[in-house]
Each structure stands twice: as C-alpha cells, then as structure tokens.
Design a binder for this molecule. Structure first.
Ligand SMILES: *[C@@H]1O[C@H](CO)[C@@H](O)[C@H](O)[C@H]1NC(C)=O
Ligand SMILES: *[C@@H]1O[C@H](CO)[C@@H](O)[C@H](O)[C@H]1NC(C)=O
Ligand SMILES: [Zn+2]
Length: 486
C-alpha cells in the first residue's frame, strides 16, 4: 500500500508488563514496537488477535461504502472540561495519551460509551503521513483516537476492552494546515513527557474543540484496537472531515518524544507509530452522508432486512421479487466479493438448512461483527491444518449461515449467496406453520448433533485461533439460533 520509512529500534526495557495504548490492562508481558523484530508483522506471535479478522485500521475505499440513513450525527456530552480539572498527559512509549474522565460520553449510540483516554498516531518530520485510517489510499498527517467504553454494560475499560460491544472510538484525521489552538492546550506540555513512562498533570480543556466542527459526516464500521492485543472490540467512527494543525504543531508531536525511557543510553525517537491498513474482510463501511459520492448503494432499513430474511426462511422468493425486495439483496461489486468463490463449495453439501428462529429478543443492543469472512478465514485456517472433515462440515452447515444472517440483519456485511441458498434450500414455500415445522425439525437436528462432534468442539482446537478468539471475546455470543426482532 504505502511505503513507510521507520526507524529500526529495539526496546531494551525488561518491564514485565507494558502499558497498552488503547487499553490500560496488563498484557502477557510481550513487548511490541512499530518496527524491528517486534514490529507489526510479528505482533500476532504474542497477540493472536492481531493476525485475526476484523482488524483496524482499514483503507476506507469508496467501493466499501454504504449509505445508512439511520446514522445520526454523533453527540458527545460533557466534553467541555473545566480548567480546574486535571488530566494526565502520558508518554507510554507508543503514543502520547491523555486520560479522560468517564463523565464525558457519547450519547448517540444505542448504549452509553464513556470516555477513557485519547491518543495520537503520527508520521515523522520527513514523512508527514502517519494516520492509521486512509481514505481511498490517502494517508493523512496524523490521527487522533478518542477511546470510549460501553459503560452501560461494563464497569471500566479493562472489562470492556475484549468484548464485542466493548469499545467505541472516535477517529479524527489530522492534516497540516492552519494552527489549531486547542492542540496547544496539551502540546505546550509535551517537553515534560519526553521519555517513555513519564506522566504529568495538565489543566483540562474543551475536548470538543479537538473534534471537527460538525459531527454529522462519518464512516462507521466494526474493527479492532490498532495496537496489541488487537481485540476486535471497537465500533469505529471516523469523521469524514479532517482537522488541521500547523506544521510546527505537527513537528512538536513528531520530534519531541522518545519511545525509550529516560535511563536508556540509546534513545529511540517516537514517530511513525501507525499500523498499516488491514484487510477489509468483506466488511462494509456505513456512511452517514451521500454528498460527493456518486451512485452509492444505500443499506435497507432494519425492517426491510428482517423482511428479506423472513421471506427467505419461508422460501418465498417469488413474493420477494413481487415486492421488489429482491432488489434489496446485495449485488456483488468488483473487488468486494472477489475472495468469495463459493460455487464449488456449494456442490459439496446439499442439506436442508439448519436455521431456527427465536423470537422476543431485546430490541436494542445487538451489535455483531461481520461474520461473512469469519467463515472464509476459519475454513481456510482449519483446512490448512487438516482439521477433520466433520468439524468443517458442522461449521459450514450450522454456524456460518447463522452468523452470516445475524451479520446481515445488523448490516455489518452483505447477505451472501451461500447463506441465501442455504436458507431457501429444502424449504417448501409456505407461511408460518411451515416455519414452525422447520423450527422443530431444526431443533431435533440440533439435538442429534450434540451426540456428534459439534461446532463448539472446535473452540478447543489449538490451531483454530479465530474461533477460539471469537468465543473468548463473546461468552454470550455463540449463536445457536438466528435471532431477530419481530
Ligand atoms: C466551556 O466551559 C467554559 C467554563 O468552564 C465556558 O466559559 C465556555 O463558554 C464553554 N465553552 C463552550 C463552547 O461551551
Ligand atoms: C474493573 O472492574 C472489575 C470488575 O468490577 C474490577 O475487578 C477491576 O478491578 C476494575 N479494574 C480497574 C482498573 O478499575
Ligand atoms: Zn489509536
């Protein structure tokens, strides 16, 4: 993608634990850096999620975008902090981090997400590009992340960081231009935290002014921490409009800090602390705006998506066509689905679908990652390791269609043909009674399956890291049912 020039450095510290940028919890004690032997390509060795799916950042390409009219402007509360309040400015060796009080929060998401900290990623004095997210390949000078955790569900960020609906991060792209007075509120103290592990208290300020003027245009997708342990727990909001800082301000950020501690005899400058764009894994990126995007596909409403699925369950494709609902099914786009050559696989198994339905579920709070590529990646992984065929079949037949469906219902991915066919196959066309019947059938099948190697067994498979990880981060989230609101 882009060529990065980074200094090669080694961290000589022998600290048992490192402080992670996006999560202040003790890790397994493995150090990581942005270059050298502990650099990005090797993060996965000690942090398996970093080699997993749904990673961030990504290159936000126009072809991934889907307009979602339901995405309302981001609203933040209590961002205007009083100067009487103190914030901790901290050089953690990977970034400059500012602690934030949890009375700051995002109020426009289904749950309250309370602030924890903000930090930056940046380029170098010679290479003014260091944002993590890129837009159609364009990398910006720097990027700010305001990290929030789901305080409706978790008491603190440590508990939230590895949960699927644990975090929400506001990403702000930063370009070089006009002087930004708000950035000077902390940049003027940056000399006080030159070295790793140094912290100082600074007067609080209006954090809202670090964000773009308007918060109504943004990109939204499901992703991960961009630093180890790379948990796929982040609901990302990246604002479309960048903010500016002056060249001098950029240089203050890019040249003041060291990734090494004060005692270290070989100081290591801290710059180029950004991760490369990750695979999009068939995720879609929802956008809250349509201006300037030509012919962009809009996502259907949740109601319409549920209708599509219900019609599919009833096997009533003709009806779908009549009502034009068929149009709602996604069309493959060049590049987007190129990885998905599933026709061959389709010939291999021909069983009736094993989806069943549960009703009366909570109306809000469902957030699922894009499972479509979980399928591709996990299948690839276990096939490579010669996992037994029964296990592969069980996954294919039971788990993935359900995950894909849920993903579609939440519009995290497109409903792929394989899932559609799986739903339609083996169903006679008609109505609710029919649905009930197959429900019963599916449950019987489910019970029979318990006597055979069942998909759960794979979580114990040492090589099936994706699923293992998946189950780790979502104890209550191993769907045995297709679930939706009625
Ligand atoms: C922020 O709060 C201060 C008082 O602490 C107030 O003077 C100022 O007008 C506020 N700014 C905004 C934009 O509300
Ligand atoms: C977070 O909450 C958990 C559960 O209440 C608690 O055990 C833990 O000590 C808390 N961690 C921090 C850093 O406050
Ligand atoms: Zn970050």
């Amino acid at each position: 993608m882009d060529i990065k020039s980074r200094n090669i450095y080694t961290v000589t510290t022998t600290l048992a634990f490192i402080i992670l940028i996006a999560c202040p919890i003790a890790s397994r004690g493995a150090k990581w850096t942005y270059s050298g032997p502990d650099g990005e390509p090797n993060w996965r060795t000690n942090y398996p999620y970093c080699g997993g799916t749904f990673q961030s950042p990504i290159d936000i390409q126009t072809q991934l975008l889907r307009y979602d009219p339901q995405l309302s402007p981001i609203q933040v509360q209590n961002y205007n902090l009083s100067a009487n309040e103190q914030l901790t400015l901290h050089n953690n060796g990977h970034s400059v981090k500012i602690s934030l009080p949890s009375h700051m929060y995002i109020s426009s998401l289904p749950n309250r997400y309370s602030a924890a900290q903000l930090h930056f990623h940046w380029g170098s004095s010679s290479l003014l590009t260091g944002s993590e997210h890129t837009v159609n390949g364009k990398q910006f000078a720097a990027e700010m992340h305001v990290v929030h955790f789901n305080s409706d569900k978790f008491p603190n960020i440590s508990m939230a960081v590895d949960k699927k609906d644990g975090l929400a991060v506001l990403g702000v792209l930063i370009e070089i231009g006009e002087f930004n007075p708000c950035f000077d509120k902390f940049l003027k103290y940056i000399e006080g935290i030159k070295y790793k592990d140094q912290k100082i208290q600074v007067p609080a300020f209006n954090v809202r002014e670090l964000l773009p003027d308007t918060l109504n245009e943004y990109y939204r997708y499901d992703g991960s921490l961009t630093t180890p342990p790379c948990f796929p727990s982040v609901l990302w909001t990246v604002f479309r409009k960048p903010v500016t800082i002056s060249h001098e301000q950029f240089l203050a950020l890019a040249t003041s800090l060291y990734a090494s501690s004060a005692e270290d005899s070989a100081p290591v400058p801290l710059y180029g602390n950004y991760r490369m764009p990750q695979q999009t894994d068939n995720r879609v990126v929802l956008v809250s705006f349509r201006d300037g995007l030509h012919g962009i596909f809009s996502v259907s409403s949740p109601f319409e998506r549920r209708q599509v699925v219900q019609k599919l369950l009833a096997g009533d494709l003709a009806d779908l066509a009549d009502e034009g609902l068929y149009q709602l099914l996604p069309k493959p786009q060049p590049g987007l689905n190129s990885k998905l050559k599933t026709t061959k696989r389709w010939g291999l198994h021909n069983q009736a679908n094993k989806v069943h339905v549960r009703k009366n579920l909570p109306r809000h709070g469902y957030k699922d990652l894009c499972f479509k590529t979980l399928e591709n990646d996990v299948l690839h992984q276990i096939q490579r390791h010669n996992a037994n065929a029964q296990m592969v079949e069980a996954l294919r037949d039971v788990v993935f269609p359900e995950l894909n469906l849920r993903s579609y219902l939440d519009c995290k991915s497109e409903l792929d043909l394989q899932t559609i066919r799986q739903l339609v196959q083996g169903r006679s066309t008609d109505e609710a009674a029919e649905l009930e019947q197959s429900l019963t059938k599916a449950m019987r099948r489910q019970m029979r399956r318990h006597r055979h190697p069942n998909p759960k067994a794979i979580t114990g498979h040492p090589r099936a890291t994706f699923l293992k990880d998946f189950s780790l981060s979502s104890a209550n989230h191993k769907p045995q049912h297709v679930e939706w609101e009625d």
